[in-house]
Design a protein around this ligand. Sequence first.
Ligand code: AMP
Length: 396
Amino acid sequence: MKAIISLNSGSSSIKFALFTLDGANNPALSAGGKVERIGIAPSLRVRSADGDILLERVWPDGASLTHAELLKDISAWAAEHLGDREVIAIGHRVVHGGTEFAAPRLVDDAVLDALEKLNPLAPLHQPHNLAAIRAIAQLRPKLLQVACFDTAFHHDKPAVAARLPLPRAFHEQGVRRYGFHGLSYEYIARRLSEIDPVLAAGRVIAAHLGNGASLCAMHAGKSIDSTMGFTALDGLMMGTRCGAIDPGVVLHLQTQLGMSPADIEDLLYRKSGLLGVSGISSDMRTLSASGGPEAEEAIELFCWRAAREAGGLIASLSGLDAFVFTAGIGENHADVRHRICGRLAWAGLRIDEATNRDSALRISTPDSPVAILVIPTDEERMIALHTLQVIRKDPS
Ligand code: AMP
C-alpha cells in the first residue's frame, strides 16, 4: 500500500495529514496532526481519522526548535505510523504562485527559486512554505514534492477582477489581484457539488473565516472574485491582519509618523485585526469568552466588514443563491454567523437559529431565498488530491 503526506507549514504552526491510497488511488485519511506555538513552546498533537489522539508531545523549553527539526520529528513519526506503506510524495500548501504557477507543480530547484522571488508578496506564509520543501529535500532527496498554490483557484477569474486601478505597467509586473485560500475554496466547491449540485452550479459566496479570513465569489464552481488581492492582507479583518484599509493610512504611517517599512509590515500583518482592535487576543473564542467592550467592538467590526464585503461580491455575482461558512470561525462560531447573516437579510439570507446553534450542514430557514450552509474545509485532502494528479501525469 502507498501513502501521501500533505503539509501546510506556517510561521508558528505546521499542519500535516497522512493519506493511504487504496487500489483505485483514492486517498483515505490515516492521521492528521498539528504542531503549534513554534518559537515559543511547541506542542504536537496527532489524531487518527476517527479523532482518537495518537500522539501528544510538548517541548516546554523548545523555543529554539526550528521548523526543520520539527519536520524531522514529524517525518520519523509518520514513517513509524505508516509501517510498510511507502510514502510516494509530499504535497505542500504554497500560498503564492504569482502569475507563473496556475496549477500544482512538481518542485525542482528552478521552481523553488521562482517561488522564492514571491516571498515579499506573502511574508507571513511563503518563506515557511518553501523552507518546509527545502527541509524535506534534505531529509528525503529522492521523494517527489508537489507545490499546491492558494492563488491557482483564482487564476482564471474575469480580467476586471484581477486588475488594480494603477498604471498598466504595474499590472504587467505582476501587481494585480490574485486571491488566496484557493485550496479551501476548491474543496468547498467540490463538496457543494456533491451535497447540492444545483446550488453548486449557481452563484455562491464561500466565507473562509479563520485566523486568515476571506470571501470568494464562485459561479458554477469557479472563482470570479475574492476579497483578497495582491497579498493576503487585503479584504476582511482577520486575527492579526487589518484587511483592506485606505492606502492613505500606509502613507501617513510612513511620512507623518516616520514608521519604517518593516514596522508598518509588522503592524498591518501581526498587530492589527481582532488583536489590534480588542487589545486582548487574535483568537475569536478568547474574545467571545472575554465579554469586555473592546472585545465586543472587535467582533462586531469583524462581522460588519464581512457583511460589507459580501455586499460587494453579491454585485460581482449579480445576485446570490448560496452562502457557505467554513474554517475555524465559520464552522464553529454560531454568533458570528448569526451577526453576518443578520446584516445580509436584505440579500435574502434567513438564518435558522436552531440549526445554526448546532452548526448543522444547512442553517437557513426552509423559505430562505439564499441557502446558508456550514461545510468544514479540508485543505489537506485537496493537497493530497492535487499531488496524486501531478505525480500520475509526471511520475519522473
Ligand atoms: P483556523 O485559522 O481556521 O484554525 O481558525 C482559527 C479561529 O477559529 C480562531 O479565531 C478560533 O478562536 C476560532 N475557533 C476555532 N474553534 C472554535 C470554536 N469551537 N468556537 C468558536 N471559534 C472557534
